[in-house]
Design a binder for this molecule. Structure first.
Ligand SMILES: C[S@@+](CC[C@H](N)C(=O)[O-])C[C@H]1O[C@@H](n2cnc3c(N)ncnc32)[C@H](O)[C@@H]1O
Length: 320
């Protein structure tokens, strides 16, 4: 997945002028902090250099993960046409960029962010793109009031891990109250990220929410550790991204876990492909999470006719 050209250009302009060796060192330290997932209540991004490194090496990946999650929501709920959005822990406004691409109906958005550095970059990127009317609020969502106006689409992307454990449940309660239609939570696709998603999923189902993606059911998750539910998106690396990471390969795979919960049930009929398909001549094996709440591998062969064709075309994360 590539960043949309307008966003790509805005990011490149923001990075213009940052010395490469500084970008390389800062990006390496930032990636290490994210890999270790050891923030819990502390900000990973503490300086302008950190925020620039985030734009170079993390934004393309978080954009791809959020955009893929939105695509799953749009598929499950084709009539969902959000006009208003709330993005919490917005960073440089990644989720809103992806939301506008998925739903051009979006007209108004509130972006809430604790870091004035991130907010400044977000405002700069938005000024260069044709974003809907957006309002930024600088506040700490663990303690400050967010808003009193429910919005159609509420997003919390790659934020839960930066909150103290005791603040997560309370924030989700408040975000659900602020959700007029659909709430999306995205986390890194690690076992720990999946556990945070599972806890959020349980809490939101208990609050009356309907899971619309990725799970095709509201039963307990059928996966058991060391297995975990996650997806992957291949992300194109720009030249500066490759140089910042000292990488030769022009792409990377971003693993992510997510849950989307709506006030209305979706008409879910199919299973979800929850691992990379294994394809061989005349056969494809898919690991599926099924509407009856079970999960497991299923072999499709030419004898399955149309179903085999659909299974062959499916990808990790597709619904079948
Ligand atoms: C990993 S970044 C994700 C940014 C963006 N959502 C994305 O997907 O690219 C996490 C963001 O959450 C923000 N954040 C962390 N704790 C916060 C808090 N208590 N209140 C508001 N924002 C917070 C951080 O400043 C940072 O911008």
């Amino acid at each position: 997945m590539e960043l949309p050209p307008l966003l790509r250009r805005a990011v490149d302009r923001a990075l213009n002028g940052m010395a490469l060796d500084e970008l390389v060192t800062t990006a390496a330290a930032l990636s290490q902090r994210y890999r270790e997932e050891r923030s819990e209540g502390k900000a990973y991004v503490a300086s302008t250099q950190d925020a620039l490194a985030y734009l170079a090496v993390r934004l393309p990946a978080t954009y791809a993960a959020v955009r893929a999650s939105f695509a799953a929501i749009a598929e499950a709920c084709p009539d969902f046409m959000p006009k208003t959005a709330l993005d919490v822990g917005a960073g440089p406004g990644t989720a809103l960029c992806a939301a506008v691409e998925c739903w051009p109906t979006l007209a108004k958005a509130l972006l809430v962010e604790v870091s004035p550095i991130f907010r400044a970059f977000g405002e700069q990127l938005a000024a260069e793109m044709q974003q809907p009317k957006m309002t930024w609020r600088t506040c700490d969502v663990a303690v400050d009031e967010i808003s009193d106006e429910p919005r159609d689409l509420v997003t919390l992307a790659y934020v839960l891990n930066e909150l103290a454990v005791v603040d997560r449940q309370r924030l989700l309660e408040r975000l659900w109250r602020l959700t007029a239609d659909t709430l999306l939570i995205v986390e890194p696709g690690t076992p720990a990220g999946w556990q945070r998603i599972l806890a959020a999923r349980r809490q939101l189902i208990e609050a009356g929410g309907h899971v619309i993606a990725p799970c095709p059911h509201a039963n307990a998750c059928p996966l058991e550790p060391p297995d975990w539910c996650h997806f992957a998106r291949r992300v194109a690396r720009s030249r500066v991204h490759r140089r910042a990471k000292g990488a030769d390969v022009p792409w990377e795979d971003e693993k992510f876990s997510y849950v989307a919960v709506s006030r209305k049930p979706a008409t879910i009929t199919g299973a979800r492909v929850i691992a990379r398909p294994r394809k061989a001549s005349g056969r494809v094996t898919l690991k599926l999470c099924r509407p009856d709440g079970s999960a497991g591998a299923q072999l499709f062969s030419r004898r399955d006719g149309e179903l085999f064709k659909r299974a062959s075309r499916s990808d990790w994360g597709s619904s079948l």
